[in-house]
Design a protein around this ligand. Structure first.
Ligand SMILES: [Zn+2]
Length: 66
C-alpha cells in the first residue's frame, strides 16, 4: 500500500500527502474512516480521492490525473 503523511494546507485544513498528490479532508464517517478529496477537486474537477482509517489507506481510487 502507498505510504502517505498527514499535513496541513495553507488554509489550515487537514491534508494527506500521498506521493506527489495532496488531498484535503472531506468528511468522516461514524466508523472512524476519513474521506479525502484531491486538492484539485474544485479547480479541475479532479476525481481522485482517498479513504483512510487510523494510519492506513483503505481505499485509493487511482485517479492520479492531476
Ligand atoms: Zn487530483
Amino acid at each position: 500500500m502507498d505510504s502517505f503523511t498527514f499535513g496541513t494546507s495553507t488554509k489550515g485544513c487537514p491534508t494527506v500527502i500521498c506521493g506527489n498528490f495532496e488531498y484535503i479532508k472531506f468528511r468522516e464517517n461514524k466508523s472512524g474512516q476519513t474521506y479525502w478529496r484531491c486538492k484539485m477537486f474544485q479547480r479541475f474537477k479532479c476525481k481522485a480521492h482517498l479513504k483512510t482509517e487510523g494510519d492506513r489507506i483503505v481505499t485509493n481510487n487511482g485517479y492520479f490525473t492531476l
